[in-house]
Design a protein around this ligand. Structure first.
Ligand code: PLP
Length: 429
């Protein structure tokens, strides 16, 4: 009998309260099943064919990361000592002078800028986010096409973001209030000024430069590329392709800036970033995730992702009116991405409807949006952004990736997409 059934039958006995419960020995019975809290609360879990999206809980952590979290959870440690030791190791891995584990890439942005503003002055740390009359700088400069929603992380320090387009614009915009020149890697191609020029500008004008590479591994070399290039601060997410904790990321860069960022970070509680708490389990989990990612067999993993996509693509080959295409984004979320589109005269279904059907099926599956730049698709849920939702309504395509699928799930996704497309096809193949 299953444990739940035993409990159920016990609970129907009138004498339940007086039963010597321990003697039933439920806790050591080999029949004991692990508690399934997701099912217990009726939360939907699903196959993730969309990607490393925060609103879908990001990634499945690497098993060694979970083990690390479990093992370290039974010990007390001083948070600052954990950050010191982990930071030194991470810095070595990524060719930076120093590093710290933050509460995600967004947190790294806030902390990095806070450090620039305050230096090691505790009084200034306490004054943030109020900058006026403090002598602290108050402006971040970035290219117009790089001023995406995640720059809100900078506003949390009290700073404003100033948009520029050309090198000349930067020279004109810089003044005594300029704290940082920020670059968004995923938008590199949309901007007139490229990495090296940006770093050179910072050096010439003596203003720190930073780069957001939150979703830019693989390739693994991006972990050190921008430190080598001379950016003073680099921000990356831990819970995307690195499969670390979703609530962790890494801030890396110049020693004095990281030290100042640390002063603005927990465990200190007089700061704007006390809410960016990362406990020892996550800091150590992040470290193990990074270590595993760096030593991983990326070629093999890439082939696995391709094979999963090929499985799905292959299942749709003989269906009428279907077009499939595999693309690898040049920047950000660099993984084989399958676009499935169809002739709306043959398949009577919108991309939105197909995604809804996959979501409502058994097992539930999440697929990606179609028709939008991957950056937007990655940045937020269609259910919370009316502009995106509107664009998606009519689009007759979806996107699928294999990197967040668990072994065997590619076959299920292939079967389900085929089923739904076949059902909506007006032409019998
Ligand atoms: C995901 C992402 C972020 C936010 O990263 P978190 O680790 O979730 O805080 C910032 N910038 C870009 C470009 C991203 O893709």
């Amino acid at each position: 009998m299953k444990r739940r059934k035993i409990l159920k039958s016990l609970s129907t006995l009138p004498l339940i309260g007086t039963l010597p419960f321990q003697s039933v020995n439920l806790t050591t019975t080999p029949l004991k099943k692990k508690r399934d809290i997701i099912q217990e609360l009726g939360i939907r879990s699903f196959i993730n064919a969309a990607g490393t999206l925060t609103y879908m809980s990001g990634c499945i952590m690497d098993e060694e990361v979970v083990e690390t979290i479990e093992n370290t959870s039974r010990h007390f440690c001083m948070i600052d000592e954990v950050q010191d030791k982990v930071g030194a190791k991470i810095a070595e891995f990524v060719h930076a002078e120093a590093a710290m584990v933050s509460c995600g890439a967004f947190s790294a942005m806030t902390l990095g800028l806070a450090g620039i503003l305050t230096g090691l002055d505790i009084r200034k740390v306490e004054q943030l986010p109020h900058l006026e009359g403090t002598g602290m700088k108050s402006e971040v400069i970035c290219q117009k096409s790089h001023n995406e929603r995640y720059n809100h992380a900078f506003l949390n320090t009290g700073c404003t973001v100033v948009e520029v387009e050309t090198i000349e614009d930067v020279r004109k915009a810089v003044n005594e209030k300029t704290a940082l020149l920020h670059f968004l890697n995923i938008q590199t191609n949309e901007g007139k000024i490229k990495h090296e020029e940006w770093v050179a500008l910072g050096k010439a004008l003596q203003i720190p430069t930073s780069i957001d590479i939150a979703a830019d591994v693989p390739p693994v070399s991006n972990l050190w590329k921008f430190n080598d290039m001379g950016f003073d601060l680099v921000f990356i997410s831990g819970g995307k392709a690195m499969r670390g904790p979703q609530s962790a990321g890494i801030l890396m860069g110049k020693k004095d800036l990281i030290a100042a960022a640390r002063l603005n970070a927990p465990p200190r509680g007089f700061t704007i970033a006390r809410g960016h708490k990362v406990n020892k389990e996550e800091i150590l989990g992040m470290y193990v995730a990074l270590e595993k990612f760096i030593s991983g067999d990326h070629e093999r993993e890439w082939k696995t992702w391709e094979a999963r996509i090929a499985q799905i693509e292959g299942a749709l080959k003989d269906l009428a009116g279907i077009t499939t295409k595999v693309v690898v984004p040049e920047l950000g979320n660099i993984t084989p991405t399958l676009t499935i589109s169809w002739d709306e005269n043959i398949v009577k279904l919108t991309g939105r409807e197909l995604r809804d059907h996959l979501r409502a099926g058994n097992p539930s599956i999440e697929a990606g949006f179609g028709g939008l730049p991957l950056y937007h698709y990655q940045a937020g849920s269609d259910s919370v952004d009316p502009a995106i939702a509107e664009t998606l309504k009519g689009a007759n395509l979806i996107r699928v990736t294999g990197w967040m699928l668990q072994p065997g799930e590619d076959k299920i996704v292939a079967r389900r997409i085929r089923e739904e497309l076949s059902k909506a096809t007006t032409v019998k193949s």
